[in-house]
Design a protein around this ligand. Sequence first.
Ligand code: OXD
Ligand code: MN
Length: 602
Amino acid sequence: MSLTENKKVLEFVEQSAELAQPEEIVWIDGSKAQIEKLKAQAVKSGELIKLNQKLLPDCYLHRTKVNDVARVEDRTFICTKKREDAGPVNYWMDPKQAYELAGEIARGRMKGKTMYVIPYSMGVVGSDFAKIGVEVTDSIYVVLNMCIMTRVGKMCLDSLGKNGDFIKGFHASCDIDAEKRYIMHFPEDNTIISVNSAYGGNVLLGKKCFALRIASYLGKTEGWMAEHMLILGVTFPDGEKKYVAAAFPSACGKTNLAMLIPPEHYTKKGFKVECVGDDIAWIRVGEDGRLWAVNPENGFFGVAPGTNEHSNFNALASTKQGTIFTNVALNTDDKTVWWEGLTKELPRHVIDWTGKPWDPDKFDKKDKSTCAAHPNSRFTAPAQNCPCVSPEFNSKKGVPLSAIIFGGRRASTTPLVYQSRDWNHGVFVGSAMSSETTAAAAGATGVLRHDPMAMKPFAGYHMGDYFAHWIEMGKKVKNPPKIFNVNWFRQDKDGNFMWPGFGDNMRVLEWILKRCDGKVGADETPIGFVPRAEDIDLTGLDYEISAGRPFGVEDLREILKIDKKLWAKEAEEIEGYYKGTIKDRIPEELWECLETLKKNCR
Ligand code: OXD
Ligand code: MN
């Protein structure tokens, strides 16, 4: 029975069914009873494995096919009428050709199956930020994940009324054939099509496809921003709360920063950190002339390996109930889950992520193929499980941003932190971001690539126009956030990390937020404002550097150093990227910033 009278929704569902020819159509109402029924069905079919219900209540394990473990950027298309509107860093397909191709692939592919209709909202239903999507899918796994990651149910359709518009999402698993896998976006039609995959980033269409690719396009046309950013709140000892949003490429520690536990020295003084979001921020100009942000999601789709009690206590705690794990290992002793980095000791009785027994004695840290959990294995956990979830999580207004932080994985060149001179220079810093690649996307890892604002795989239109949109937004905000860049990943000559990272990043956050209020000084350098080492509080820091002595202020000085020669090279690199890759539509303001950098490094 359909849940709406909205003709556009009914038409979309009807057309999808006509194409895929499912045996039955089930509307997802978001009720507990319906979700329970689907879980039981998925356990019966083997799609989900029920975990130890005492230790991990309401938690399940799912394994994807081995050829379907990450986002596939080279099979992800932006289908705009004009090729140039998709821009130089997106794959493009003509919309007519794309619809035809998807039609051929998906025709009749739900025969004998159920097509689920998931009405969902990105953002709190009824808020100015909220946008409604309807995803049809033949996968229970997708339904259950969407019920964690978004707000699902009839209220979403009710908010559309009889005539409201929504984002259409069509997903068919087909044969999980990597050769026929397509993730297609039609920003001009508010439509997404995904075929031949069942991996989260490709099929939970509310996330990357809608909340970033389609939403970035909507943001450009409607005057707001959809960004690949975490949002966190810091409470100062005097009770004042400040919020920051931060963009890092996939698997560079956004979830860790978003849920940071400050060092004891800070908690004793009364500092507190709360998480508003770990992956996506939708940002609008508020009446007060500041930028306000919400997290449009309702859960975390986090990378499991490396997560443990010490690295991210809050993320781990979030996975203790109502969580779906994907491609982690199964500990058969107690039917719990395991992944590399969860415990120091390797468990003896484990089934790996491919479903085969795993031999801990053959495990080699440096060889990813010997891992029990896939390096991009994930947990899908409800945000409300998180011990440090912000009381503003469900705020319709969002939170006001004091700072925007960019960052990436850089072994050299980029200092621990620096501040841009102004908004436009901050946009330049974001546009020039590069980072070493990770397992979140298929392909080689550890290769340096440009990833402007961490949006390379997610901007749904021309990257040059995206930069221009940032510059335009700066003109609209009277009190823009200050823009910073951080690098937690500086390495010494032997490849050891020089900064402890994790909770100790609080020390950098404090400096950033004090800068926003003009409460701390900085040195002006060729690249922007860099902290004086004495201004970053190292009290109680407990980190041994590779030389075997405790981290001290001289080490901090080292990772704050600006090497003009390296930066002159970096400027050349950026120029090469602008001219060789983006080519046109780069706003004048950014060329000016590049010239200034070149001049400053001479
Ligand atoms: C993610 C990603 O899943 O960025 O968040 O790949
Ligand atoms: Mn992400």
